[in-house]
Structure formats: C-alpha cells, structure tokens
Ligand binder design. Structure first.
Ligand SMILES: *Cc1c(COP(=O)(O)O)cnc(C)c1O
Length: 385
C-alpha cells in the first residue's frame, strides 16, 4: 500500500464512522462567550472553569511579564531559559500545594510523558485507571514497563493488580477529575492501596486544580491525600497553559537529569510564568473562593434542572457535565441544532471516549450567569424533543 493509499484509507474510515475531526477558528471572548464569523455564542465547551483566561489581573501579569522579560524564554531551562519568574512560580506552587518542589512544564501532555518516561524501566509495572487521559496512557504504553489498566474508579481492582508478583517497581496513575465524565476518583482508597514500599502514586489533577478544594488546591487536598507525584495543569482553571509536577526534592533533581521534555525543549515564556503567578493569586484569594462558589451553584442548578432531559447523564458533581447520546450522528445533530440557537457545545466521539458513548461534553464556568445556564437548558429541552 502506498503512503497516499494509507492516508486516504484512514481518512475515509473516519468519515464513514462520522468520526472525522475538524477545527474551527474561534475567538475566545470574556464571560463564557466565543465569537465566530462575526457572531457570538455561549461557550459550554471550554475548560476555563473560573473565567481566568480574560481576568484583568492575569492579562496585566502577562503584559508586565513581557515588558520585563520579552516574549520568549530563548532556551531550555537547562541553558539560559530559566528566569526568576519561573523560580518564583515554582516556589509559590510548592508552598500552595504543600510539596518540597515544583517543576514547570510547557503542557500537561509533556509533563505526563516526561515523568513516565523518566521513571519507568523494563521490569516495572504501571497500573492506570482504564479511562486515564491519552497523555498518560500513551506514555505508559510506549514506556518499557508493563501496563495494566484497572477498572475505572475501582480501588479493589487496583488492589488485586498491585498484589501480583513482580521484580521491579510499580507506578499507580489516576486522575482527580476525569476529563470526559467529570466524575471524581476515590482518591483516599486509591492512596491507601498504593501505600507500599515498591509503589509510587501519581495523580493528574488537570481538572481539579484551581477549580475545587480548599484555596483551590484541588482534588487531593479535598480528599486529604498527598500523592508522591501531583500533576497540575494551567490550561484549565488557571485560564492560561502549561503544567507543573509537584514532588520530593530527590525526585525533582532526578527529573532535572532525566526528563528529556525539560532538557531538550524551550522553557515556557517567563511572561507566561508571571501571568500564572497572577492567576494563582486569584485562585488562592477570597475572590477565588467566590468564583468556585459561583461555579458550584451552577453545577447544582444544572444537575437538578437537567434531570428531566431525555439523555443519559453521568454521575458528575464537577464543572464537566456530559450528556451521553451513545450514537455519533445523534451527538453531531444535537450539537449542530444547539449551535443554531447560539449555544456552542462540542460533540465528543470515540476514540476520545469508549465506543458507543458519544456525548455532548458540557462544561460550566464561573463566568456564566444563571441566565446563561437557563438558555442552555431551554435549548437542550427544545432540540432533544
Ligand atoms: C488536558 C489534560 C491534560 C493535558 O494538559 P495540557 O496542558 O492541555 O497539555 C492532561 N491530563 C488531563 C487529565 C487533561 O484533562
């Protein structure tokens, strides 16, 4: 088969399954809106849970950072790309989350790949939740360690796998809040099972950090656990982008030696680190508490009011509120009809989610108003008739 045939065949298969992915160039606007071709939509698909992507203090932080440092880091952190802004942000994150060290990465995807590739060796075993994010599962599959996936959110399934004999070390991986279902992992029980001399626990809290827990410290603070490795990302509730790995002194020093995603990649722009310091400032402050309170009210309201819709709901108490259609075509049709009514809701289809569980992945944010949520509920009731 030629390259051309191979590529055409793969695209044709995606089209036939109504699973072809395309992108739309959208203009992010304040207050949970997006612009497209001169029109405005209510955005119920973003991950900007606190509305910080347009917060004046965060924008000002980026501008002041650019004035002070220029727009780029001009190198890997190991060469000349590590600035006082990075150092200060790492120190603040470590203090906020109660770890000796934090290391910045340009994305959550890179952080997950880096940690897993740097740690795992041939005789080791990774035990990951079956529904863990693609960045985790892909790194695990590509690592020299064995990969076993435990039943979603089932500590007993994890416990059985942990007991199986092996000669190397084990790494347990799960998420605080699952990105496509919005459900939360039973972190206390998972941490209890993972308390073994041969095991490290890694929690990816991309959707929990900033959005939940005391001072916005996320799912682990909420559950009262302290995993060996905590990954937080800044493209969601922080409203910016980037990520950090929180860990011990020794593990941070180890990652600085062996994490190729840090060593051979340009560091995050220092101006972005200044913006992230501003976002963290909001998240930790009483204003952050108010934004989380507002978001929680929206979540409760939406859950109560969406119970009557003829779509399957997940068991989510977070900002991610999926409505399962099952069928790809139905998800696409509902999304298109909502769009006609000024509501931007993206249909998520396999392979991002398991086969037969296509869905509307609705996300609520503190930037929405009660009236916006009512508009969404009216739209859903209308198009699902
Ligand atoms: C979004 C996400 C990531 C990737 O983070 P980026 O910073 O967007 O690369 C990793 N893990 C989970 C669970 C996510 O939802």
């Amino acid at each position: 088969m030629s390259w051309q045939q191979r590529i055409d065949q793969a695209l044709d298969a995606r089209r036939a399954a109504r699973a072809l992915r395309t992108r739309t160039a959208l203009h992010g606007l304040p207050a949970g809106r997006i612009g497209y071709q001169g029109r405005r939509w209510l955005n119920f698909s973003g991950n900007d849970y606190l509305g910080l992507s347009h917060h004046p203090a965060v924008i000002r932080g980026w501008q002041q950072g650019a004035d002070e440092y220029g727009v780029g880091s001009a190198g890997s952190g190991h060469v000349t790309g590590y600035a006082p802004a990075h150092q200060q942000l790492e120190a603040e994150l470590a203090q906020w989350l109660g770890y000796p060290r934090a290391l910045l990465f340009i994305s959550g995807f890179a952080a997950n790949q880096a940690v897993i590739h740097a740690l795992m060796a041939k005789d080791d075993r990774i035990l990951a939740d079956r529904l863990a994010h693609a960045s985790l599962l892909e790194a695990a599959a590509l690592s020299p360690a064995g990969l076993r996936r435990f039943t979603h959110n089932d500590p007993a399934s994890l416990g059985r796998l942990l007991e199986k004999p092996l000669s190397g070390q084990q790494l347990v991986i799960t998420e605080g809040v699952f990105s496509m279902d919005g459900d939360q992992a039973p972190l206390a029980e998972i941490a209890r099972h993972s308390q073994r001399p041969d095991t490290l626990l890694m929690i990816d809290d991309a959707h929990g950090a900033g959005a939940t827990g005391p001072q916005g410290r996320g799912s682990c603070a909420l559950a009262g656990i302290h995993p060996d490795i905590l990954v937080v990302t800044f493209g969601k509730a922080f409203g910016v982008s980037g990520a950090a790995v929180l860990c011990s002194e020794a593990l941070a020093d180890y990652l600085l030696q062996f994490a190729r995603h840090l060593i051979y990649s340009t560091a995050m722009p220092p101006a972005q680190a200044v913006a992230l310091q501003a976002a963290l400032g909001v998240i930790r402050s009483p204003e952050g508490d108010a934004l989380r309170g507002h978001l929680d009210e929206h979540i409760d309201y939406f859950r109560a009011a969406s119970a009557g819709l003829p779509l399957t709901r997940g068991d989510s108490h977070t900002a991610i509120q999926p409505l399962i259609t099952g069928d790809n075509a139905r998800a696409l049709t509902i999304a298109a009809r909502l769009r006609e009514r000024g509501l931007w809701v993206t249909a998520i289809r396999p392979p991002t989610v398991p086969p037969g569980t296509a869905r509307l992945r609705i996300t609520l944010t503190a930037a929405h108003t009660r009236r916006d949520i009512d508009t969404l509920l009216e739209g859903l009731a209308h198009v699902c008739q």
